[in-house]
Design a protein around this ligand. Sequence first.
Ligand code: PLP
Length: 432
Amino acid sequence: MSKQTIDSSEASSSFPAIPHWHSPERSAMTITEAEGARVYDESGNEYLDFCSQLICTNLGHDNQAVIEAMNEQLHRVPYVASAQQNDTRDELANRLLDIAPDSLTDVFFSISGSDANEAAAHIARSVSDSHKILTRYRSYHGSTYGAGTLTTDPVTKNALSQYADTTGRAHFLPPISYRSPFNADSEAELAEQAADHVEYVIKNEGPDSIAGILTEPIGGSSGAFTAPEGYFERLREICDRYDILLIVDEVMTGFGRCGDWFGIQTEGVEPDILTFAKGVTGSYAPLAGVMVNDDIATEIDDDGIDIGQTWGGHPVSCAAGVAAVEEYDRHYLDRVQELSPYLERRLRELETDHDVVGDVRGRGLHWAVEFTDPETGEPFFDNRYEEGDDPVKGVLRTAAAEHNVMFGPGKPSFQLMVAPPFCIDESDIDEA
Ligand code: PLP
């Protein structure tokens, strides 16, 4: 197990400005067409999309079942107020509860992963009468004000730190084995040490001040790291002991991305709250939400807090969701399981063949390649290279411009995200 620790200076690494304003003059590439796992720019160049855009187009770009379901809904009833009952919304809620961990009994629909996490924090604070949410370093929970303050990825955190209220949160170290902040000789020891550390943070922050622990079951854009076996069981025990809610952010890891319907199911642990977005519609339409256990649902009804939004649970998005869940069930959950070992094998070849690859990790079709020195664990990024000349950015640019394959940038920036749509095959993996 690697002993290099995370250097806090790395945690403030810079990342290229993300383009927010949309105009042709500002874009390096304008995507105008898409089919399956491929997208096309305005000059007709074809790209193999190996990061599912923002790790969200899980079904690829031409799923007819989803398109037809949306079309049917549009013609029947395109919009019903979020606070009203609607048959398609109810149907999706039932489907989601069928596939979710057994502890979850009720669904609230919102629009984006960020607002789902804000709603989850709001719900947890409201039912516990406590204000702090604990999140881990190397996490991403969204870019809006509330979700952004719970996020520790350096870019989001730095941007919000100028004006964010910092009292409602505290953070803990992630249970990572490569460049680990812990000193463990085995996965079992790592699980123990990392969970003991969470308990230490809880005791020092004051258990009564903590509403919930919010965590991704598998690291998302912060590097696809999986938790050591037993870690989430310990987190569950600790939450129960201190009466703290366990909230899992499945915005990126849900809907088969990591092999099971939800990442937490692989850990065999029942959360109190689960948030989802991205894959729920395969990104054919915006939709997100929060699932909660029965006690929480009842208490929220009694308290009468208002967390709804005009477009929350939009019927056309819910129609896409119903069709997407059917598609995952029928074709794609098995496909992720089938393709995962092959993708892992090909990625691990990078570790063996290239001395700039320090670590490869992930699960299902959700992987990260870390560009760190395998000997020293030092990242190959802007402490060695001029700003703007980061080799990972170079790899991303070169992959797209010269090899017509798109990967995703990780945070910190010395990682590359490999997360293709589920409609690929082995030849696409070879090509990528
Ligand atoms: N949570 C996780 C784990 C994510 O990966 C993301 C987005 O990438 C979010 C929350 C925020 O979701 P959205 O971009 O839909 O607001």
